[in-house]
Design a binder for this molecule. Structure first.
Ligand code: PLP
Length: 442
């Protein structure tokens, strides 16, 4: 679908009016986006209330993997809404069938699933179950890690944004450096480092643990910290280390799953077999749906009725997730993510050669981080220029998000239905915006 994208004023009058009203009722901590009020969407396109069209490189926040309002998804939701929407934890055909189908996609050790509603609910459940099953309260996690905004995940969060001024988190969180090769805390370089950061884990635990360490939780790539991709082999190395130490290995795929990195799940890239796996976001592609997948022997530590969730696995969300799997499989969206992702990555690397503001370009499939720096040599993070670039791209009709511990990483994560032609539109908008910013064009 080819669209003409003209420069527009942000916010348009309709957006400005609604944002003003929203400011009277919603606290500002809810608003960290371009001032654009979305009206409707189709595929990778979003139209705001003023009729401006945008190419969406956010997927919300890596949620709408099928694109906006995919007809098969919409039809499944509509049909289900007419039949039954909620029944608490009574089984329904939709829920039973979905559980069976999703479990069939995992390695055989992952044979049970709790259907839940949000990502934080899934990570919270993983942390609770890890404590109950192991009888130990300490959990290793990573600097920069993000696992949701409730109290359990806060205790294993490695960023100020999640913990700031909330007082003591749930005790037991012990933290280690993630494999952040662009800003390696140990000043090492891959592959010469030989996974030095993994080799340091024993030292970290032996010096900080009370001897009650039960599990390790990690994202396969760090989302909130700035789309940080560990080098190939790191996740496998971590898995082996955890298993050798007798720790449960929990992978938080709330963000990286359902085709985003070019495989249905990111653990597939390295053949990793965690003891528990957290899912969310793309699972419902817009409908609230999440899950905790795990091993029977672990889940059996929870007694009947101890894991209820008011809307988890409701028939509407289950029907929506079923349709998500249909579309991902029928339209080969993980493969498309890989193909268009490779193209986009190559083009963004070319932009990096031309634009000194692009300090680092990293990613896999359709999740790419652009680290914006004021000085490439010194890798000085520039949240100001990041904000400018996002705004300028918005004026030219491209929606982008921002992540990163320093607020200087642009998140590129379009719906997985994007074509190369649409990806190219985004690249040319970014090229134009970068050129204008570098030349001081107001
Ligand atoms: C890796 C990861 N885990 C957990 C969460 C929390 O998900 P939710 O916002 O649905 O609670 C997120 C959300 O960004 C995430 O990226």
């Amino acid at each position: 679908m080819k669209k003409e994208l003209k420069k527009r004023t942000i916010p348009g009058p309709g957006s400005a009016e609604l944002i003003k009203i929203s400011g009277q009722h919603e606290p500002p901590c809810m608003a960290d986006q371009l001032p654009v009020v979305w009206d409707h969407g189709e595929g990778v396109w979003v139209t705001d209330v003023d009729g401006n069209q945008y190419i969406d490189f956010t997927s919300g926040v890596l949620v709408t993997n099928l694109g906006h309002s995919h007809p098969h998804h919409v039809e499944a939701i509509q049909k289900q809404a007419e039949r039954l929407m909620n029944c608490y934890s009574f089984p329904t055909p939709e829920r039973v069938k979905l559980s069976q189908r999703i479990i069939s996609l995992f390695p055989s050790n992952l044979d049970k699933i709790f259907l839940l509603t949000t990502g934080a609910e899934a990570t919270e459940a993983a942390l609770r179950i890890a404590r109950r099953y192991t009888g130990k309260h300490e959990i290793l996690s990573f600097y920069g890690g993000f696992h949701g905004r409730t109290y359990g995940p806060m205790g294993v969060a490695g960023s100020k944004g999640t913990r700031y001024q909330f007082g003591p988190p749930v005790p037991g969180g012990i933290m280690a450096p993630y494999a952040n090769c662009y800003r390696c805390i140990y000043d090492k370089e891959y592959p010469g480092c030989d996974f030095y950061c993994i080799k340091q884990l024993d030292r970290i635990i032996d010096s900080s643990s009370s001897g009650d360490m039960g599990a390790v939780i990690t994202e396969p790539y760090q989302g909130g910290a700035g789309f940080i991709f560990p080098p190939e082999g790191w996740l496998k190395e971590l898995e082996q280390w955890a298993k050798k130490r007798g720790l449960l290995f929990i992978v938080d795929e709330v963000q990286s799953s359902f085709g985003r990195t070019g495989r249905m799940f990111m653990i597939e890239w390295e053949g990793v077999e965690p003891n528990m796996l957290c899912l969310g976001k793309g699972f419902g592609s817009g409908m609230p749906a999440s899950a905790l997948v795990g091993e029977s022997k672990i889940f059996e530590c929870m007694n009947r009725g101890e894991m209820s969730s008011t809307t988890g696995g409701n028939p509407l969300a289950s029907a929506a997730s079923w349709a998500v799997l249909d579309v991902l499989e029928n339209e080969k969206l993980p493969q498309n993510a890989l193909k268009v992702g490779d193209y986009l990555f190559k083009r963004l690397k070319e932009l990096q050669e031309k634009h000194p503001l692009l300090g680092d370009v990293r990613g896999k499939g359709l999740v790419i981080g652009l680290e914006i720096v004021a000085n490439r040599e010194l890798k000085t993070p520039s949240p100001e220029l990041t904000g400018k670039l996002i705004f300028r791209c918005g004026e030219y009709g491209m929606l982008l998000g921002r992540v990163g511990l320093h607020g200087n990483v642009i998140r590129i994560a379009p719906p997985l239905v994007i074509t190369e032609e649409e990806a190219e539109m985004g690249v040319s908008i970014m090229d134009k915006a970068l050129t204008e910013i570098e030349n001081g064009v107001q």
